[in-house]
Write a protein of this length. Structure first.
Length: 404
């Protein structure tokens, strides 16, 4: 059972715990007591049951009032102690009082409340013992045991509550950051789309003939606006993935047509010294999965490969191996490679390799984070093989058919 409770749980746990306490106390009074016929002990149990019925009807806010836990702990301690003392079982069964009080006090999640419970239990214990026994060394030695056990348990309870509070605060910060990034990204996308639209119109001659100098400036504007729009899209997708607001849309499609879309999407990142090659196994049946998410995975991987490859080639190889129902897509480059100690870190949010930072390459470390999260959504896996200075291979494996 959790030591701390969310709103709405506290009333139920306290009421159930006091019902259990009432049943156990009734058993002790009826079957284990030296004076089972005492009506006064029965009255204590009746008061306990009646108070529980009242608690069931109290509003939830009452259970979170600062004075609620101390008052209820003190009242329960008095009722249980009185019932055991009246029926002559104060000595043998008093640890029942102690453990209930400590556990009940610890549910409040405050160390001082648990200390109060231990003090009440110790005082009750000494007060109900016979006069010749109460202040003996054997009885007094039990008092430190009360406090040490209670404070240890209370420390665990208060620590659990603090940990839960910190975790909740961290979740709220992440949610706020995700909402902020999503809003900013969405607001930036519209003006960037307008800029790209107007640069296309200038290049197409809609506003008249342009000079070579103007054409070069427009090309630079278009390239940087496109790069910024891609960054905004990645930021928006990352925020959606963090918030879980990215549903899956399963459809049937051919991998060849998807590769044509990928080739078109990464065209702005192609450089003259670097060749982009596509290879596909024959006989691959249509895929039944989320086409847009798979496209985004491949676009991010190919874009990264082109970005970090100065010369050579980037090869996209689609395979249909003998394993049932699995499609493999490998993106291989001849770029700078990734050191072994950084191969797991690169999939983190805003994570970039040291070589990329040292060379001042563009990017903020969202692409591979999005790839990993989308592959999880498609129930796939990704492996990295790399050798610094020679290149890297990212192998993606996904089910051909994704359950809708």
């Amino acid at each position: 059972m959790r030591l701390t409770m969310l709103a709405g749980d506290k009333r139920r746990i306290i009421v159930v715990l006091r019902w259990v306490m009432a049943i156990a106390l009734s058993y002790l009074v009826i079957f284990s007591a030296r004076d089972p016929a005492g009506w006064r002990s029965g009255l204590c149990i009746a008061l306990l049951l009646a108070s529980n019925l009242v608690l069931m009807r109290l509003p939830e806010a009452t259970f979170h009032h600062p004075a609620f836990d101390p008052v209820l702990v003190a009242a329960d301690t008095a009722l249980i102690t009185a019932a055991l003392w009246i029926c002559g079982n104060a000595g043998p069964d008093f640890f029942f009082v102690f453990f209930f009080v400590v556990f009940r006090a610890a549910l409040g999640g405050r160390l001082e409340l648990t200390a109060l419970g231990a003090a009440l239990a110790a005082a009750a214990y000494l007060s109900v013992l016979p006069a010749g026994v109460a202040w003996t060394s054997a009885a007094l030695l039990r008092v430190p045991f009360f406090f040490v056990t209670a404070l240890s348990y209370g420390y665990l309870a208060s620590g659990a509550r603090e940990a839960e509070s910190r975790a909740r605060a961290a979740e709220e910060v992440v949610a706020l950051k995700t909402a902020f990034l999503g809003t900013v990204s969405h607001e930036m996308r519209s003006p960037l789309s307008v800029i790209l639209g107007y640069t296309d119109m200038f290049r197409d001659g809609v506003f008249g003939t342009i000079t070579p100098a103007h054409e070069d400036a427009i090309r630079q504007i278009h390239a940087h606006a496109f790069e910024l729009l891609a960054l905004v899209d990645r930021t928006l997708n990352a925020s959606r993935l963090e918030s879980g607001a990215m549903p899956v849309h399963v459809e049937e499609f051919h991998i060849g047509k998807l590769l044509d879309e990928v080739r078109l999407a990464v065209a702005p990142y192609q450089k003259t010294p670097v060749r982009l090659l596509f290879a596909t196994d024959q006989g691959i049946p249509p895929l039944v999965t989320d086409r847009l998410k798979l496209k985004e995975i491949l676009v991010n991987l190919v874009t990264n490969a082109l970005k970090y490859t100065a010369e050579g080639a980037v090869v996209v190889d689609v395979r249909w191996p003998t394993r049932d129902g699995i499609v493999e897509v490998a993106v291989e480059d001849t770029g700078m490679g990734i050191p072994p100690e950084h191969r797991t870190e690169i999939f983190g949010l805003y994570a970039r390799g040291p070589e990329a930072e040292a060379r001042g390459l563009p990017g903020v470390g969202l692409g591979l984070y999005i790839v990993r999260r989308l592959i999880d959504v498609l129930h796939g896996e990704i492996e990295v093989e790399s050798e610094p200075g020679k290149g890297s291979t990212f192998a993606v494996r996904i089910p051909r058919c994704l359950a809708a």
